[in-house]
Write a protein of this length. Structure first.
Length: 245
């Protein structure tokens, strides 16, 4: 049995349902993210992947089920979940285009500053060390960055909150292949730094290469799960998501 299956989970989700009116977007989803691991969720457009992350972040009051973070139920307010170590990088990145790179990063530490953490803003030097390009562009407006730089900024801003669990929604979306490689290299580096990652991706090949464990979600339900290296060889995954068959 793999370490991913035996390690105590940082995040445990059981029987998660999300309903929009009469439409059930998630139907009994269960998954786990151990500390310091990368767990990916792959599936087609409209499968419910982004809905899953939004529910875990507390953005969907229509969600029901059991969520445990660090062994306890997470607080209900989004800001409190961020303070507890949960961060989400949304698909649209949601940067402040008219603000500088530096100011966007500092906003990521807002909850820590408000809590009186004296060294909260000093984390920006760690972000610059991890993303040298952001340091080069620190006084540049976020709206003038390239797609890859905007994704780096979105991840860097989330890391300013010092998360224990970082959730990434389609980080490769709209990026050139070489930039995608850089982004996934950064994601792998975060695991080495002890940050757990829940990665939602349509680029199944890249996601399974970097992940430890994976879930396949279709029409709101988990239809397959397993070690990432095994999923990458599974005939159904190859045929549906890796261009085989």
């Amino acid at each position: 049995m793999s370490a991913i299956a035996t390690a105590p989970a940082l995040l445990e989700v059981e029987d998660l349902h999300v309903r929009y009116g009469r439409v059930e977007a998630l139907s009994g989803v269960s998954l786990a993210v151990p500390p310091g691991s990368i767990v990916t969720v792959i599936g087609p457009n409209g499968a419910g992947k982004s809905t899953l992350l939004n529910a875990l972040m507390g953005l969907l009051p229509c969600a029901s089920g059991r969520i445990r973070y660090g062994g306890v139920a997470p607080p209900s307010a989004v800001e409190a979940r961020v303070a507890a170590g949960l961060s989400l990088v949304p698909e649209r990145r949601e940067l402040f285009a008219s603000m500088t790179v530096r100011d966007n990063l500092l906003l990521g530490a807002y909850a820590r500053v408000r809590a009186g953490e004296r060294r909260a803003t000093a984390t920006i030097d760690e972000i610059y060390a991890r993303f040298p390009r952001l340091h080069e562009r620190r006084e540049q407006l976020a709206g003038t960055l390239s797609g890859g730089e905007r994704q780096m900024l979105a991840i860097g801003r989330a890391l300013m909150a010092r998360p224990r669990l970082l959730m990434l929604d389609e980080p490769s979306l709209g990026l050139a292949p070489l930039i995608v490689r850089d982004i996934f290299r950064i994601v792998a580096g975060l695991r080495e730094a002890g940050v757990a990652i829940l990665l939602v991706e349509q680029n199944a090949r890249a996601a399974l290469q970097v992940a430890d464990y994976g879930y396949v979600i279709e029409t709101g339900a988990v239809v397959l799960e397993g070690a990432a290296e095994l999923l990458a060889r599974d005939e159904r995954v190859v045929a549906s998501y890796l261009g085989g068959g």
